[in-house]
Design a protein around this ligand. Structure first.
Ligand code: HEM
Length: 121
């Protein structure tokens, strides 16, 4: 793999982080947060797709499994944010950030795992 997938996945990290932490700080989910979740998801799908291609398919190691889980969770997260906004569910709008931060933390596992494994061995 060249550095392209890493750059794209880092763009995903930037988009997700802006969306998730702006939502957390403001204390309620807004439409523009969803825009950042979707931008993150686009880069995430793109970067993960490049890695899958590079690896010649799914790899069942910590990185591959957590990576697959992370992207599925981010997809559900964006979809759920959309539903909450559509329904204008006040209570969910104010508590959604708990789900966002949890998913964001899980997403960091595949992001940092290559670095940890590189340092470990
Ligand atoms: C199905 C899921 C995934 C698979 C099979 C996969 C596979 C791989 C492989 C094989 C590499 C090493 C490429 C090489 O250097 O030869 C890699 C690198 C990397 N992956 Fe993934 N990946 C997946 C998902 C993800 C996700 C979701 C993230 C971010 C959250 C991520 C972040 C990274 C990073 C940052 C590197 C670069 C490490 C470096 O700089 O050497 N991956 N991935």
């Amino acid at each position: 793999m060249d550095s392209t997938a890493t750059i794209i996945i880092t763009a995903a990290l930037v988009f997700y982080s802006i969306g998730v932490w702006s939502e957390r700080i403001s204390g309620e989910l807004k439409k523009w947060h969803l825009v950042f979740f979707v931008l993150g998801l686009i880069c995430d799908t793109w970067g993960t797709g490049m890695m899958l291609e590079d690896a010649g398919g799914m790899t069942f190691d910590v990185h591959g499994i957590s990576g697959l889980l992370a992207i599925i969770l981010m997809f559900i997260h964006a979809l759920w944010a959309y539903i909450v906004l559509r329904k204008n569910d006040e209570k969910a709008i104010k508590s959604f950030h708990k789900f966002s931060v949890a998913v964001w933390l899980i997403w960091l596992i595949p992001y940092f795992s290559p670095m940890f494994f590189a340092m470990a061995g």
